[in-house]
Design a protein around this ligand. Structure first.
Ligand SMILES: [Zn+2]
Length: 296
């Protein structure tokens, strides 16, 4: 399979000369394999360019879009995805069940006249919506998609896409689990520690041995200290998670919108300096950038 990164920026698009190397579009990753449906992870603004490319590729008729969650940066490109307007395409959309609204209601709302000139009901493609939780499903003849909840202020899913013995994990908008009871006036401190450890272990099991993991790395360790509870990881936490799960390669993802190209490269080299262990080494790591294609 070929994994193409079309949007790697978190929170809000950040175009401009300072971000031109890694890109300013919000999350979108496409996964292709010959004679298989197109798989798309999230519909941030990166999906607009993907749509233009899909229209040019006559071999694609069926598209499966998996949403990690429905915060703006992961859905705001959807109304500009050209295949939605073409009856040739069958488009299936999947996302976590929200406690107030289902996926169709949420995605339809951003296409009400208040925000956009075309309503979901007017789109020409054959579209269906699928509310999912933790599950495993087959897509096409050879893809397997597995999901797991991660730690974000709204329900959010991580995905593992597997094919031919190779696997790619997509873990965006995740904050490391932590003990929420720091003193006994809030709750049982030991129980809080155990719950956080159990949740961490379950995520490590989920990611066990994947070939490539694309993981949220919005903050530096210093920045993270003042952003607890915002639902994002530090670069060091993502590296540690990858190491514990035996991931083959880590791709740092969901870059902070204020991060320049120069700052991103510095973060990577600092992480490599800090994380290198002469005994156990470190997980190979690179920065997600628009246009990056990984073949597995
Ligand atoms: Zn996000």
């Amino acid at each position: 399979m070929k994994i193409e990164f079309l949007g790697v920026r978190g929170s809000i698009p950040a175009p401009g000369p300072d971000t031109s190397q890694f890109g300013g579009n919000t999350p979108c990753v496409a996964i292709r394999a010959e004679d298989e449906p197109l798989i798309v992870l999230d519909a941030g603004t990166g999906i607009r360019k993907l749509g233009i490319n899909v229209i040019k590729d006559e071999s694609i008729n069926e598209i499966h879009i998996f949403f990690s969650h429905t915060h703006w940066d992961h859905i705001q490109g959807l109304p500009f995805f050209a295949p939605l307007f073409n009856p040739k395409y069958t488009i299936k959309m999947y996302g976590p069940v929200h406690y107030l609204k289902n996926l169709e209601q949420i995605l339809s709302q951003q296409m009400e006249y208040t925000y956009f000139p075309v309503r979901v009901q007017e789109l020409a493609a054959n579209i269906s919506f699928h509310d999912i939780g933790e599950t495993e499903m087959a897509i096409g003849n050879s893809f397997t998609v597995r999901t797991k909840y991660v730690n974000h202020p709204v329900v959010c899913l991580a995905y593992i896409i597997s094919r031919d013995g190779k696997s790619f994990a997509y873990v965006t908008d995740h904050e490391p689990y932590r003990n929420l009871f720091t003193d006994s006036s809030q709750g049982d401190v030991e129980e809080g520690r155990l719950v956080a450890q159990e949740q961490t272990d379950a995520l490590i099991d989920f990611l066990d041995g994947v070939d490539v993991a694309c993981i949220d790395a919005q903050y530096t360790p210093e920045e993270y200290k003042s952003r607890l509870g915002w639902g994002h990881s530090s670069v060091d936490a993502s590296h540690q998670l990858s190491k514990e799960a035996g991931v083959g390669e880590l791709v740092l993802f969901h870059h902070d919108p204020d991060r320049t190209d120069t700052a991103l490269q510095k973060i990577l080299s600092n992480l490599q300096d800090r994380s290198w262990n002469p005994t156990s080494g470190s997980v190979p790591v690179r920065l997600a950038r628009e246009g990056l294609v990984i073949s597995l």
